[in-house]
Design a protein around this ligand. Structure first.
Ligand code: FAD
Ligand code: FES
Length: 296
């Protein structure tokens, strides 16, 4: 018998393509961070906020590496990464015109609920890219979405910070820096760090998020939902915040991945299901899960 989780994973696998992507631009940022734009039309057409790709960095590093899709521009995907080890180091040596084998888009995306148009997007470090993708998606939908992004980093942010013109009356005027891309889209954003950056909130993303949530009326809270991606301790704190304010919350998890298509079982996490706790694969059952279902 096929379980609901198996059906979900099966549906997901049918959207995954293998294609030869062509690198169209490379942006080098402080802190060993890079933004690559890769022409991959099939992947770009099927990508959704929360999707990731599993890509080959270099023939000398045969294992693919999983990276979130930050956004889609025409028939290109953009990824943002920070060098950790050999694979991403080699990827950073690629030049425009080089090819990269792309497997993707992989994974269950975020599922925004239209009944809760106040979307709080919380991204930390290399968890920022999926928050950019979801902000881009929500701002392109008509009607009433009012996303607020809170991004955190302990190394230089992967963009040149700018002063925001978008009002956040719940916050001191000194906390004014934002991400230019989001500012241009009209999506309010504020930045948090413990590394002492002028114009940024001095603390954790969750402290800043709580500062906003604590100003909301019960009526506004009933219209609020949270989406988040970042290091596991941050996601755990986001899940606790969501529980405190009784808010639905979806988190995108990271695990070590070998195959990224559900075959090796190397990326499992424990998830609470109606049938009890179960091992689920981050690659094909996630990476997005309801925060309340994750056994942290
Ligand atoms: C779904 C998903 C999305 C991700 N999105 C991003 C992103 O947008 N930007 C970004 O900078 N990083 C992202 N990561 C983390 C990124 O995949 C790892 O940092 C990267 O694989 C490290 O490779 P490396 O060759 O530099 O390091 P190495 O140390 O050489 O990696 C060795 C092995 O460990 C695995 N590995 C190492 N660290 C991680 C990790 N944190 N999570 C999973 N596998 C790991 C690698 O896949 C590789 O097989 C994501 C991870 C997952 C699972
Ligand atoms: S990485 Fe192989 S099952 Fe997820």
């Amino acid at each position: 018998m096929t379980t609901a989780a198996q059906q979900k994973a099966q549906q997901n696998r049918s959207t995954v393509f293998v294609e030869v992507g062509k690198l169209s631009s490379v942006e080098r940022l402080p802190g060993d961070q890079f933004i690559l734009r890769i022409r991959a039309p099939k992947c770009a057409a099927a990508a959704r906020p929360g999707s990731f790709v599993h890509l080959t960095c270099d023939p000398a590093a045969p294992m693919r590496r999983p990276l979130s899709i930050m956004r889609v521009v025409d028939d290109c995907i953009e990824i943002l990464y920070k060098i950790v080890g050999e694979g991403l180091q080699r990827l950073s040596e690629k030049k425009p015109g080089d090819t990269i084998s792309i497997l993707g888009p992989i994974g269950h995306p975020f599922r925004p609920s239209p009944e809760r148009p106040k979307a709080l997007l919380i991204g930390g470090g290399v968890g920022i890219p999926p928050m950019i993708f979801i902000a881009d998606s929500l701002r392109q939908q008509p009607d009433t979405w009012t996303p607020l992004a809170i991004l955190g980093s302990e190394i230089p942010f992967p963009f040149a910070r700018q002063r925001s013109q978008l009002a956040t009356p719940w916050l001191s005027n000194a906390i004014i820096d934002t991400m230019p891309l989001l500012e241009g889209w009209g999506v309010p954003c504020r930045l948090a760090t413990l590394s002492g950056m002028d114009g940024c909130f001095d603390g954790y993303v969750t402290d800043l998020a709580e500062q906003w949530l604590s100003t909301l009326s019960a009526q506004d809270l009933a219209k609020t939902q949270i989406f988040s991606c970042g290091p596991t301790p941050m996601l755990k704190a986001v899940a606790a915040l969501a529980e405190k304010y009784d808010l639905p919350c979806q988190v995108s998890l990271e695990e070590f991945m070998a195959c990224a298509v559900g075959g090796c079982g190397g990326c499992t996490v424990v998830i609470k299901t109606p049938e009890g706790e179960a091992m689920q694969r981050v690659c094909v059952d996630g990476p997005v899960f309801d925060a309340a279902s994750v056994v942290w």
